[in-house]
Every structure is written in structure tokens, then in C-alpha cells.
Design a protein around this ligand. Structure first.
Ligand SMILES: [Zn+2]
Length: 156
């Protein structure tokens, strides 16, 4: 089974990047309780938190994230868990909902995305929950640029 995560309130940016990399990641901006983090652990998720006082409270599957910048945080987690994200998994989850994106036929996208996006892309995906549309062109380039720049130990 793929590694899945749960992020505390302070790690919204990290949650988004883990989703970009294809890791199923829950993030609840409202709930910071130990119970939320425990529930994630029971669910087979690795809980990520910024709360240093949670270190050593007996929660297994909990990582206290030390780095401040999101790029360093990603590196920290990938290193700690010896994970190498599969490029095939990139941008398969909605960044907002964490839902698995569905492939949609190009024809149906005319008018739903900007004209130049429609013209320059063949592959579109849609979130079944929020309806947001993703296309590989722009998003993938941005992601790969970010990874190249910030995570040299994990080249795309
Ligand atoms: Zn969505």
C-alpha cells in the first residue's frame, strides 16, 4: 500500500505538495488535537506535526517536522521514510480535496478551460468532488521545476 499522510494545521503547504507528489494526505486546518493525529495513525497514516511537544508522547507513526521551509520539509520526510515518489503518481490527486482525479475527454473541456489551454493540451483530469480541472502542461512543468530546484536529492 502507498504511504499515506495526515498533516496538522500548520502544514497546509506541505499537505498540498505531498498531494502533488501523489501521496494521499489528509489535512484539517481546524483540528490540532492529539486525537486527530492518533486517528490518522490508526487509519494507517503517518501523522506529520509541527508540535515538538508531541515528540515522545507514545504516538507511533508520528513525525515531528523540523524544517521551516516547505521544500526542506518535503526533503526531510522523503529522507526519513526513504521514499522516492513515482513520477507517474504526480498530479493524480485534487490539491484541494485529496480525491483521485478522473480522466475526462478533451472535447468536453472546450469552454471549461482557457482557449490556449484547450488548444495546447490533450490530457485533462477533473476532481469528482469540487470539479476543478487539471491539465498536465502547466502544472507538471511547475512541479518539476520546483522539484529540480528544491529537492536535488530526488530529481524528477
Ligand atoms: Zn477537488
Amino acid at each position: 500500500m502507498n504511504t499515506r499522510f495526515l498533516c496538522d494545521r500548520h502544514l497546509g503547504k506541505l499537505a498540498k505538495w505531498l498531494r502533488i507528489l501523489g501521496y494521499d494526505t489528509l489535512w484539517n486546518p481546524a483540528d490540532m488535537s492529539q486525537d486527530f493525529l492518533r486517528r490518522g495513525g490508526r487509519d494507517g497514516r503517518i501523522a506529520l506535526t509541527r508540535k515538538r511537544d508531541l515528540e515522545g508522547v507514545g504516538l507511533d507513526r508520528l513525525i515531528v517536522v523540523k524544517a521551516d521551509r516547505v521544500d526542506e520539509q518535503i526533503g526531510e520526510i522523503l529522507d526519513k521514510l526513504a521514499l522516492t515518489p513515482d513520477p507517474k503518481d504526480r498530479l493524480t490527486l485534487c490539491l484541494r480535496c485529496n480525491a483521485t482525479l478522473e480522466a475526462v475527454v478533451k472535447e468536453g473541456m472546450e469552454g471549461a478551460v482557457p482557449a490556449h489551454v484547450y488548444q495546447n493540451n490533450t490530457c485533462f483530469r477533473r476532481c469528482p468532488i469540487c470539479g476543478r480541472i487539471y491539465w498536465r502542461g502547466t502544472h507538471t512543468r511547475n512541479v518539476e521545476e520546483f522539484l529540480r530546484r528544491h529537492i536535488p536529492t530526488h530529481p524528477p
